[in-house]
Design a protein around this ligand. Structure first.
Ligand SMILES: *Cc1c(COP(=O)(O)O)cnc(C)c1O
Length: 454
């Protein structure tokens, strides 16, 4: 199994060829989901005592399994948050896989960690975090938020000198925050209070202040973090970050900014001023697999003072302590993980390949296309905007449609292979939403989707 003989050479060529052909597809087919029963009938049994052989398994993948996965990088995949990894980042993902790097610690993975930290530094600079800021790449925003909030709670308990070691913690965030914040609270056995958002879905300074004022003394003592969202997942709205930073500073509580989707727009000068206040965050996340053109899975997690994260997250074990002897930068110390893939390397390689100006331009392109699409909606006469878009997510209604009509239209778009745009809800109403993170998505793509809504 571990030998490179002639049949393995044939398989090598076939696998690499498959990967290269997939990267070159422009655009890839949209594809569509299949049921378990359909896949069982089409794929048969592939895990057998003798094996079906690599070429046959690759055929099953290419003919049956891959087409049963919607291509998130299709330019008219506009649901949820799509993906748009650059060619360089995808190709380098192959290299990372081939390189067997353990990137949990500097000792084994120093070269990879060095390069990952270069990419983290670029993001920290975009956010205006201080030179000593740092962190690690984790699997996604869910893992990033949890890890940051564990560090926040550690700090709160440490500062209380034992008084809160058995106190259940409390966090404040906006009603528009991502579900992963509530999930982190569940995992940490902490509570969350949701601050009501304004009509556009933004957490404002005054609402946050009122929520704090309504806390009784016990809850005020329990409060260890305020979480603002810089680009809500449903509407792309940025909370008042300066206002939240002010409240955190006054109360002495941790300020976490969830920019899993929207943080990428820090690279876009046209919207950079909407993020003012982010430079005061104690921790910040952004998912390069969303809007920074990296493949799954990748979340950049940054701390203003990484020493706090290290105290909260470092795992001590007899076999690990050799790694903590000096001041080496061990990514495993900065999140809820230990073994890890060097998942920041595809972003690093792509940044090194194209340069950061290309990132700025690509994010600006997606913003322009999303906003041009919004203008088409306003001018259509049969669709209207629900709120003015702030980033690259647009929420709109097809005037007069029922939830069933939206769903039937969406199903037909996917069935025909034209687009993937699913309904969402806004203030209880079923509406449509698109999210542009792919620089290959054009205004014509959006126009053709709108035309089908006529
Ligand atoms: C997508 C998203 C998350 C979760 O990120 P995953 O990478 O899917 O775990 C968290 N917060 C926000 C604002 C998001 O958009």
């Amino acid at each position: 199994m571990h030998r490179h003989d002639t049949s393995m050479e044939v398989l090598t060529q076939a696998v690499v060829r498959y990967a290269i052909d997939r990267v070159r597809l422009d655009p890839p087919p949209l594809d569509s989901p299949r049921t378990m029963a359909e896949l069982r009938a089409m794929a048969g049994h592939t895990v057998t005592p003798k094996g079906v052989g690599g070429l046959e398994a690759l055929r099953v993948f290419g003919d049956v399994l891959a087409p049963a996965c919607i291509s998130t990088d299709h330019p008219r995949f506009l649901s949820f948050v799509p993906a748009a990894p650059t060619e360089a980042s995808v190709l380098f993902d192959l290299v990372v896989g081939a390189s067997s790097i353990y990137a949990g610690s500097w000792m084994e993975g120093g070269g990879a960690v060095f390069a990952e930290n270069e990419a983290l530094r670029w993001i920290a600079d975009l956010a205006g975090l201080p030179p000593e800021a740092g962190g690690a790449f984790v699997s996604g925003g869910t893992a990033g938020n949890l890890s940051a909030l564990i560090a926040a709670r550690w700090k709160w308990r440490y500062d209380a000198d034992g008084a809160h070691d058995r106190t259940r913690g409390l966090m404040l965030t906006s009603a528009g925050a991502h579900s992963s914040i509530k999930q982190a609270a569940r995992a940490m056995d902490a509570d969350v209070i949701l601050v009501p958002a304004d009509a556009a879905g933004r957490m404002r300074h005054d609402a946050l202040r009122s929520a704090v004022a309504e806390l009784d003394d016990t809850d005020r003592e329990r409060l260890f973090a305020i979480i603002a969202t810089s680009g809500t997942t449903n509407a792309g709205v940025i909370d008042d970050l300066s206002g939240a930073a002010d409240v955190c500073a006054e109360l002495g509580v941790w300020f976490h900014v969830d920019g899993a989707y929207g943080g990428a727009a820090l690279a876009a000068p046209s919207v950079r001023d909407r993020f003012i206040g982010i430079e005061r965050a104690d921790s910040f996340i952004v998912d390069p697999h969303k809007w920074l053109f990296a493949p799954f899975d990748s979340c950049a997690l940054l701390y203003r003072d990484p020493r706090i994260a290290k105290a909260a997250h470092t795992q001590h074990a007899e076999y690990l302590d050799v790694l903590h002897a000096d001041e080496d930068w061990n990514p495993s110390d900065y999140a809820h993980h230990l073994s890890r893939r060097a998942r920041g390397l595809p972003l690093w390689f792509s940044l090194a390949t194209y340069g950061t100006d290309a990132y700025r331009d690509a994010v600006e392109t997606t913003l322009e296309v999303a906003h041009a699409g919004a203008r088409l909606i306003s001018a259509s006469g049969f669709c209207e905007l629900v709120i003015e878009p702030e980033l690259s997510i647009v929420i709109f209604r097809r005037v007069g449609w029922t939830p069933d009509q939206y769903q039937a239209w969406s199903d037909e778009q996917l069935r025909s292979g034209h687009s993937f745009v699913v309904p969402t809800s806004w203030a209880g109403e079923t509406v449509l939403r698109y999210c542009v993170v792919n620089p290959n998505t054009t205004v014509d793509d959006i126009a053709s989707i709108l035309e089908s809504l006529r």
